[in-house]
Design a protein around this ligand. Structure first.
Ligand code: ADP
Ligand code: LRH
Length: 491
């Protein structure tokens, strides 16, 4: 019989994709696990009425088109970026378009929360790093809105799409852990936080875990997806619905002395732990404890990531001077290194718009030469990301006592050879690059295990990945002292 095929819906901030994963019978080895991109579609936010929204129906359309392109599958799993949500009324209808986490509505919300729950207490309860757009701040910003007053259910983005596909409502735990309403020790809602902020936890449908059964595709969905009405039911399997949870599940690591950097729109850099580390030192260093697949914890820091470059490319295109990424990266490789760096963890880079000028202004403020050409901007972004990667990998080891001997780079940025080499150089550690579609792969792994096609705990799934995937190895070359000197320029 044909090997089972699993459809992973992976929605990133820059694009959505439906990727099929096929697991061949027999022992792991090249070709045992193959991915095929059935459909990719852009994710373009829309500003309307002064608010930046996700175009969630366009994304849903992309999912249906992707399922149609994928053909008959054994199951479907959905993951997406974190923190954002849609509200449903008592009839189950969507109340307004989900708001983008980069929207300015959360300006000032952290200060409001801090008046009721000081940052140290909020961190002690949740172990979550401060990001100005955490769901807790979005709900605070929206708390006097008619929309929230009318809401009966709150569904995180992957749970919202799963609801449309199956009619079943749930709250997947790994993504719920990014709301800042979950206690990572109990892996349940933090009554300390919900009570202090007057957030009704009943808004959230019951928690569910990666591997759980999440219902079946509805008849009208099957028709839209081109599946025969009388074909076998297609289950939705709950996966690590936070894309970073799925991406880290697919890190092809050997043992536990590794750091990972999931690089796409964001760089998420840190280590995997068995239990949360919630310390005041960790809070000050802005490290987070997000929940992962199989009871793991992602101890990591958010770094601005390739957003900095995406926004430069968008600006140049808007100005009528589009640049091709491949050419820019080749030119950046020939541009003098470490001429100017910025703090790639700075939330000042969060909002969209004017990125080339904002990078130049940051260099000016720190007494460094301003990047002037697109190649210089690109070099500045990549050097700055590598420097932030180095800092996160160093800090994660210090704060957790975990030793790191290898850095795994996964996500779209794993395709960027210059970024991977600079990261190896900056960290002074070997970098293993790939898979680029790690989130989709982690999504497939959890589905395949739930279906009984793959077996075992994460380490053995990772062994399958190591023996199956093409990976690129980068050996550190550059003198580490120049990176330390560059770090000092940022203070
Ligand atoms: P997200 O899931 O956040 O939307 P991805 O993981 O898809 O992001 O990563 C997208 C980024 O990966 C792009 O912005 C680009 O910088 C980088 N990337 C994708 N393909 C390539 C490539 N062929 N060469 C270099 N970089 C690439
Ligand atoms: C990456 C990601 C990240 C979150 C951010 C909102 O796509 O899920 O882990 O912090 O988006």
């Amino acid at each position: 019989s044909a090997p089972p095929v699993f459809a992973a819906v992976d929605l990133g901030a820059s694009s959505g994709r439906v990727i099929t994963g096929r697991v061949a019978p027999g022992p792991p080895g090249p070709g045992a696990l193959t991915l095929h991109e059935a459909h990719r579609f852009p994710n373009r936010p829309v500003r309307v009425g002064g608010t930046l929204h996700w175009d969630v129906l366009a994304l849903y359309r992309g999912v249906l088109d992707g399922l149609r392109a994928a053909g008959p599958v054994a199951s479907v799993g959905i993951d997406s970026w974190a923190v954002d949500y849609g509200l449903l009324d008592a009839d189950g209808a969507l109340l307004g378009n989900p708001v983008h986490y980069r929207d300015a509505r959360t300006d000032g919300a952290a200060e409001e929360v801090a008046r009721v729950l000081p940052p140290a207490e909020l961190y002690a309860a949740t172990g979550l790093q401060h990001l100005p757009f955490n769901t807790v701040y979005q709900l605070t910003a929206a708390r006097h809105s008619a929309q929230l007053a009318a809401a009966v259910h709150l569904l995180l983005i992957p749970d919202l799409l799963a609801y449309w596909l199956t009619g079943e409502r749930g709250t997947e735990l790994t993504n719920a852990s990014t709301t800042q309403l979950i206690d990572p020790r109990t892996r349940d809602w933090s009554r300390t936080v919900t009570a202090a902020l007057g957030i009704d936890p009943a808004l959230f449908p019951p928690l569910r875990l990666p591997g759980d059964h999440g219902g079946e595709l509805l008849p009208d969905v099957r028709a839209e997806a081109g599946l025969a009405a009388d074909g076998p039911p297609v289950p939705l399997t709950v996966v690590g619905s936070h894309d970073t949870a799925s991406a880290v599940a697919a890190v092809p690591a050997d043992g536990d002395s590794f750091a990972y950097i999931a690089t796409g729109t964001w760089s998420l850099a840190g280590v995997e732990l068995d239990a949360p580390v919630v310390t005041e030192e960790g809070r000050r260093a802005n490290f987070t404890n997000e929940l992962g697949v199989d009871g793991t914890v992602r101890y990591l820091r958010n770094i601005m990531g390739l957003w900095l470059l995406q926004e430069c490319l968008r600006a140049w295109e808007t100005e009528g001077h589009p640049h091709d990424l491949d050419t820019l990266l080749r030119e950046a490789a020939r541009t003098p290194p470490l001429r100017s760096v910025v703090d790639a963890g700075d939330p000042a880079f969060l909002a969209p718009g004017g990125m080339p000028e904002r990078l130049a202004a940051a260099c000016r403020r720190t007494g460094q030469p301003e990047p002037r050409t697109p190649a210089e901007h690109t070099r500045c972004v990549l050097d700055s990301l590598a420097l932030a990667h180095r800092r996160a990998v160093t800090d994660a080891q210090r704060l957790t006592g975990r030793h790191v001997d290898t850095v795994h780079v996964v996500g779209g940025g794993a395709r960027n050879e210059l970024l991977c080499q600079l990261t190896a150089d900056a960290c002074g550690l070997p970098v293993v690059a790939g898979p680029a579609e790690a989130a989709a792969l982690g999504n497939v792994l959890v589905q395949a295990r739930a279906a009984g096609t793959l077996h075992g705990p994460l380490p053995s799934l990772r062994t399958t990945l190591r023996t199956t995937l093409p990976l690129r190895h980068h050996t550190p070359t550059r003198d580490r002292h120049s990176w330390a000197a560059a770090a000092r320029r940022l203070g």
